[in-house]
Write a new protein. Structure first.
Length: 145
């Protein structure tokens, strides 16, 4: 399993009148975490786009366990458990950095689309190579856990 931690400090503008992070901002946190995970693995999303592949979100779910508040430091953990074929599944945990208290869990599914043809395609080899290298110790030869 690939596990990546992205840190985010809650900004005042992200909080609702009740003083906690407004729920829609968690989607932004997950997107930033995904982008940084790919960058740290060696494949910035910009390079995928430059190669003609885009990755639209096709499914997203979030479950809120506890609120986050202004100025708290959050750990947004991205987990990739298997190599993608036509879709990439990412699991997330949002935790309060100081205590590691679980605040939210989520799952995002993206597909791969050839931008020029606007048609779905299989996972690009560049992404598979990067993920395979990171997953190597935990995968069997057929790419399964």
């Amino acid at each position: 399993m690939i596990r990546h931690v992205y840190q985010h400090r809650v900004r005042y503008r992200e909080c609702d009148p009740m003083g906690m992070v407004y729920h829609a901002h968690y989607v932004d946190y997950l997107e930033a975490a995904r982008t940084e995970a790919l960058r740290d693995l060696g494949l910035p999303y910009r390079e995928l786009e430059a190669s003609g592949i885009i990755m639209p979100v096709v499914d997203l779910s979030l479950r809120f366990h506890r609120p986050a508040y202004y100025d708290e430091l959050l750990d947004v953990i991205t987990m990739i458990r298997e190599l993608p074929r036509a879709r990439l599944h990412l699991d997330y945990e949002v935790r309060r950095h100081e205590t590691q208290e679980l605040l939210a869990t989520g799952r995002v599914t993206l597909c791969f689309v050839d931008r020029a043809r606007n048609r779905p395609v299989r996972a690009p080899q560049a992404l598979l190579d990067v993920l395979q290298k990171a997953l190597e110790p935990s995968l069997s030869p057929d790419g399964q856990r």
